[in-house]
Write a protein that binds this ligand. Structure first.
Ligand SMILES: O=C(O)[C@H](O)[C@@H](O)[C@@H](O)C(=O)NO
Ligand SMILES: [Mg+2]
Length: 382
């Protein structure tokens, strides 16, 4: 099962999602962006694939690190290959990122599944084949009829419940919105959603990520009155002691870290420090399915839930192979976008959701992404 090739295909992808200065997505006119598909091929001609922005797998990263570690190796040795690649990070002048480790690890898992004709979550050890999903709403905006007012959030929340969602997470307003951040407005949006959906829908918030301790405490105390399930990333996650302080002062569960560096090692420190009540991981955040699984199991050993950041097949398989998380994060959603339209380079959704709010894991080999190779070839850039 020797790896004989590692290649990258960059192709044009049409989307209506536009990123703001903090990397948060908002709706806009359809435009073309570059997308990359990393392909790892073994000696029997089987390939595994994973998708990411092209800069994550740019040629110098592939040549200097990825090909050096993978070519000639047994693709089944994912644990060793992950450590071998992670070893190169320290001396890479920050050029070899956790995101690159993640896309390589996912392609290796996809290769294993496609080779054996099995879905990845079954290779890991399946726990469930459908997962309850929460609607992860995009950050607020200043678009009339979009997510510009608390009432907009309330109206959108009602449509999400009608679609079948049993949980909703608000990303509230952040710069570059002119008047954001604003705790009072955050709480007005949360109150409007609670009023709109009633007491039985689970609600969570993912707020402005740089509030002060006082503002985060004020926000948390307000959410407790609205019976929210968790408060997420209200302060800079580089300050673990601030989260310890917040968790000590709030009853509402504090979840994290999402964006903090340090992979599963740093998440162990958050548990040890008492900086969160619910742990958080994500395939892209910690360097792949391999380390994300370790994070899930670490939390389980402490009797803690670990909720997974992000959508797409890689995170869905992680959730389907573990017991100690309640949700799949489906999003990001907006009144102006139709999430179920999917991606133009996939023939079908990787996370189809039924009318009861359950996402069903496609019973297809590997990560199960229904890749439209003709579309990719016809839109190939390099
Ligand atoms: O880029 C980001 O910060 C993420 O997409 C974020 O908006 C969202 O996915 C998140 O924080 N979920 O919890
Ligand atoms: Mg988040």
């Amino acid at each position: 099962m020797i790896i004989t090739d590692v290649s990258v295909t960059v192709f044009a992808h049409t989307t209506r999602r536009h990123a703001d200065t903090a990397g948060h997505a908002h709706p806009g006119p359809a435009h073309q962006v570059e997308q990359a598909m990393l392909t790892i091929t073994s000696e029997n001609g089987q390939s595994g694939h994973s998708f990411c922005p092209p800069q994550v797998v740019r040629p110098d990263v592939i040549e200097k690190f990825v090909r050096k570690v993978l070519i000639g190796q047994d693709h089944r040795d994912r644990e060793r290959l992950w450590h071998d690649l992670a070893h190169w990070q320290r001396g890479s002048a920050a050029q070899l990122t956790d995101r690159t480790l993640a896309v390589v690890d996912c392609a290796l898992w996809d290769l294993a599944g496609r080779t054996l004709g099995q879905p990845v979550y079954k290779l890991i050890g399946g726990y469930r084949d459908r997962v309850l999903s929460y609607a992860s709403i995009m950050c607020g905006d200043e678009l009339p009829g979009g997510l510009a007012t608390p009432e907009d959030y309330g109206r959108f929340a009602q449509t999400l419940v009608q679609r079948g969602y049993k949980g909703i997470k608000l990303h509230t307003w952040m710069p570059p919105v002119s008047w954001a951040p604003d705790v009072k407005m955050d709480l007005k949006a949360c109150a409007a959603v609670r009023e709109a959906v009633g007491p039985d829908i689970s609600l969570m918030i993912d707020a402005f990520h740089w509030y002060s301790r006082e503002d985060a405490l004020r926000l948390g105390r307000g959410l407790e009155k609205l019976n929210f399930d968790w408060i997420e990333e209200p302060m800079d996650e580089q300050s673990m002691s601030s989260y310890k302080w917040l968790a000590d002062n709030l009853d509402i569960p504090v979840i994290g870290p999402e964006s903090a560096a340090g992979k599963h090692w740093h998440r162990a420190e958050w548990i040890k420090a008492g900086a969160c009540d619910i742990l958080r991981t994500g395939v892209n955040d910690v360097g792949g399915i391999t380390p994300a699984l370790k994070t899930m199991h670490l939390a389980e050993a402490f009797g803690m839930a670990c909720e997974v950041h992000g959508n797409t097949a890689m995170n869905l398989h992680l959730v389907a192979a573990t017991r100690n998380c309640r949700w799949y994060e489906r999003g990001l959603l907006h009144p102006f976008l139709e999430y179920d339209d999917g991606f133009d380079y996939l023939k079908s959704l990787s996370d189809p959701m039924d009318a009861d709010g359950f996402v069903h894991v496609p019973d297809r080999p590997g990560l199960g992404e229904d890749i439209d190779f003709d579309h990719i070839e016809n839109n190939r850039i390099r």
